[in-house]
Design a protein around this ligand. Sequence first.
Ligand SMILES: [Ca+2]
Length: 200
Amino acid sequence: MKKVLMLFVIFTFSQIAGAVQTENFGWEGTETILGMYPAGGIIAQIATDPVHGGSQSLYIEENDSKGTSQAFVALITGLQVGDTLDAEFWRYDTTPGGSPSIRIWAHWISDPGDINSYSVSAGGNDDYGPGTGWDLTSWSWESTADSLHSIVIEARIYSAVGDAGWIDDMTITAPDGATITTPGNVSLESGTWADIKAAF
Ligand SMILES: [Ca+2]
């Protein structure tokens, strides 16, 4: 009876708590990015101008001749098949119709403990934006297979070496059972909750 009650409480709590958690990240601390591809392909720094919200943003500079380097800005692990994940950030671009430009993109990884364990591209938003200052770009991804549990969100820059762009005010929305990692920050509560659920 006690176990049945416990299961009931957990089930009820999961319904009341709602299906999703939201993490906002605005680069207001000292951390920049979680990683990059290729190695050395991105120069990332905290910037103070331009800024979308707060007093800081993220500066990303292209440092690879291929010109499509990826800054890893969030990691979401613990997704279940059928889960949907939403991510968005503001980007700053003042070159309409030309580079440098930034897209929101993502890739799945095979090992949730290794952000560099690339598995397969997850695609993203093709839109380069108007290039008239700040604009919000967003995309949604769905976990459709057991191999697609962990995803890295990229700010992907398209430019020549030395060109740069800025992003700010990222929002990640994921199911309660997932764990969201942003630079210097892990959603510990949801991680604990995922552990509780996993125990049943
Ligand atoms: Ca900010």
